[in-house]
Design a protein around this ligand. Structure first.
Ligand SMILES: NC(=O)c1ccc[n+]([C@@H]2O[C@H](COP(=O)([O-])OP(=O)(O)OC[C@H]3O[C@@H](n4cnc5c(N)ncnc54)[C@H](O)[C@@H]3O)[C@@H](O)[C@H]2O)c1
Length: 359
């Protein structure tokens, strides 16, 4: 068997390492980012940035980014040399309707599904930091033909403890999107209730504790706004195909909440922002609303210092932030004078309750 993982980012690289353990010598990977390929090669994996090297692949597992309304999938398909009888599994999150477009694309190349090649969608649902492997979470599989499903069973059956087959591929597509949109709405609601509580002088944490004392209810905690790569993107996917006042309201609510944090701070202040990473406990600043907040506060004429235990002061400086407690080395270089006390302290779960210290 020759397996190729396409798109070796967060999901693809973790999948590659998992598959290499299960199928030693049979797995390769491809990514258009040459720097990334070099880094993964240095770790000892057989990967390439040249699709032409991949001419005998039985199983393609596609995990590229899909931020541009899923167009990357077609860029990948354009490059792939599809070997007769190959299984093509798309694990990236897709905008609803993409699988139909993929089917038509393959049809235009003269490939009939279930005969010339086998197409399935098995969206990824890994919970990093919770799951032991990338295949622990129950996975949903959809396809256009029974033959495609059967090929999918043969590949994923031994890998995924709980493989759930759905009656049509649109359910598989929507499943992942709905999962993330549901989370978006839950967070937007928590932010909205927090905004209400702060305006009314009600202790939101007290409300949360009271609400969450019932087993089947969970009022989430607010943060700097709804960030990360997936939630806003997948909300965008659903909004493209579904004109829903609820979805529109959730997006608007998130924007209002983020604007409210900025409005409350105002301008000309010295602000300490505590917690920058996109999620507490995850050392990652990509798509972080904490980063957006710092930049917007600066644009409004505030001077902002940051505290993020996951990063060293040097790492923060390299990324263009001013750490609150600089290393003596930074002080020597005069990078910032951060000993001065801030007059506003913002914490990520108390973003609207910035402590304004007496001036
Ligand atoms: N990160 C998560 O926790 C998570 C969870 C579930 C689902 N997903 C979904 O999985 C998909 C991938 O997410 P990710 O976080 O790994 O993204 P990522 O941005 O970390 O990685 C994507 C990789 O795809 C590569 N790529 C882009 N175009 C390519 C092409 N034409 N050929 C080969 N490689 C190409 C990029 O260079 C990059 O290395 C997305 O659809 C995402 O929504 C992510």
């Amino acid at each position: 068997m020759h397996i190729c993982v396409v798109g070796l980012g967060n999901i693809g690289f973790n999948l590659l390492t998992y598959l290499v353990e299960r199928f030693p010598g049979e797995v390769t990977g491809v990514d258009i980012n040459r720097q990334r390929i070099e880094m993964i090669q240095e770790l000892g994996f057989k990967v390439t940035s040249d699709y032409q090297m991949l001419n005998a692949i039985d199983t393609w597992v596609l995990t590229p980014s899909t931020g541009n309304q899923g167009q990357t999938i077609f860029a990948v398909l354009d490059e792939m040399l599809i070997h007769p009888g190959a299984l093509i599994s798309i694990e990236s999150t897709l905008p609803p309707g993409t699988m139909e477009r993929v089917k038509n694309y393959l049809g235009q190349k003269g490939l009939i599904l279930g005969r010339d090649c086998f197409l399935i969608h098995v969206p990824h649902r890994v919970m990093f930091g919770v799951d032991k492997t990338v295949c622990d979470t129950p996975r949903v599989m959809g396809a256009f033909t029974e033959a495609c499903l059967e090929k999918g069973r043969q590949f994923y059956g031994p890998l995924v403890p709980n493989l759930i087959e759905v009656e049509e591929v649109r359910i598989a597509e929507l499943c992942k999107v709905v999962e993330n949109v549901k989370r978006f709405i839950d967070i937007a609601f928590a932010q909205e209730m927090y905004r209400y509580c702060v305006n009314q002088g009600i202790n939101f944490q007290g409300l949360r504790q009271a609400v969450n004392s019932k087993e089947n209810v969970e009022l989430l905690s607010p943060d700097w706004g709804i960030g990360g790569e997936c939630l806003p993107k997948d909300m965008g996917f659903l909004r493209m195909v579904f004109n829903s006042p609820l979805l529109e309201g959730a997006e608007q609510g998130d924007l209002t909440y983020r604007n409210e944090i900025i409005r409350r701070v105002g301008s000309g202040r010295r602000v300490l922002v505590k917690g920058l990473s996109y999620k507490p406990g995850l050392k990652d600043l990509e798509h972080s609303r904490g980063v957006d907040l710092v930049r917007r506060l600066e644009e409004c004429g505030n001077s902002v210092v940051v505290e993020e235990a996951l990063f060293t002061a040097d790492e923060l400086i390299a990324k263009g932030f001013t750490p609150f407690e600089p290393t003596s080395e930074n002080e020597k270089q005069g990078a910032c004078s951060t000993r001065e006390m801030p007059d506003v302290i913002l914490e990520r779960n108390k973003a609207l309750e910035g402590i304004i210290l007496p001036g």
